[in-house]
Write a protein that binds this ligand. Sequence first.
Ligand code: RUB
Length: 327
Amino acid sequence: MAQEVDKRILDIAESIKEMKIRGAGTIARAAAEALKIAAETFKGKDYREFMNYFDYVADLILKTRPTAVSLPNAIRMIKRPVYKKVCETTDLEEIKGTVASAVNKFIEESKKAINTIAEIGSRRIKPGNIILTHCHSRTALSVITTAHKKFIKENKEGLRVIATETRPRFQGLITAKSLADEGIPVTLIVDSAVRSFIEEADLVIVGADAIAANGAIVNKIGTSLVALAANEARVRVYVAAETIKFSPETLVGALVEIEERPATEVVDEKFLKKNPLIKVRNPAFDVTPPEYIDLIITEKGVFSPQVAAIILKDELGWSLQEYTKCY
Ligand code: RUB
């Protein structure tokens, strides 16, 4: 690679891997930003050389974490207009401009989608509701905080939240803090206490890393247990997710890869060395079957998980068709 990869791009890749940048939507926007930096910092003059660099950066970012489908979807949505542009012109500045505008459009639409979901989702919540959430999903939190603020403004009773701590990385603490910052009372519980508290909840709201064509939801490990407990207690489960979380690959039979993270996130190195016969498994996500999900709240409206394939095919018009390459 003639062009040295810009340090800011390497930092984004490293931060995604190390989970300093985390949460499916945020990962997708950071990936888009990396592609824009690639266009801004490319020093060469040849458009083919640029496209090779652009593809290299896209691959580098794609390899960071495997599960959040918003990441490949973001790259796909930016690549598409850029590849099309290359078929129309060889002018490097124009091509770079297309990268920048595709990235800006993606980021803007992704943020707008979260606001729309918050608005739509808040209509499904009643004043005084107790909501249980798992992990830290900005989309799920935007629904909760929007509803809470609306009720307070209307002099109605606000919401209360039960947040799981979400081991091993404790994203639940981020959730609890950000809700408390919005003035929402939060009860933090250990993950294994979900069944003891589920009957206190009116609703479960979680985010998603991927939604499969059969309506299954891939989200933080433990989500499926939360959904199981909710199902047993007849508590509804809502998933707040932008449509970029729908996985087009699953339409043609692919499975969503579940990331397995290092054992040292669960126990320390010393413990592992002292106990060589103990194997630690640390999958970061799990799959909740569609029967345990009542509603998926997207920026295009609310859907039952059973129509996921239709959303993928008709609403989004996504296909796996590769782009025509003109270089
Ligand atoms: C985060 C997680 C979140 C989804 C949705 O996992 O599972 O629930 O990514 O988040 P991790 P958002 O911390 O391992 O990235 O709604 O913010 O996209």
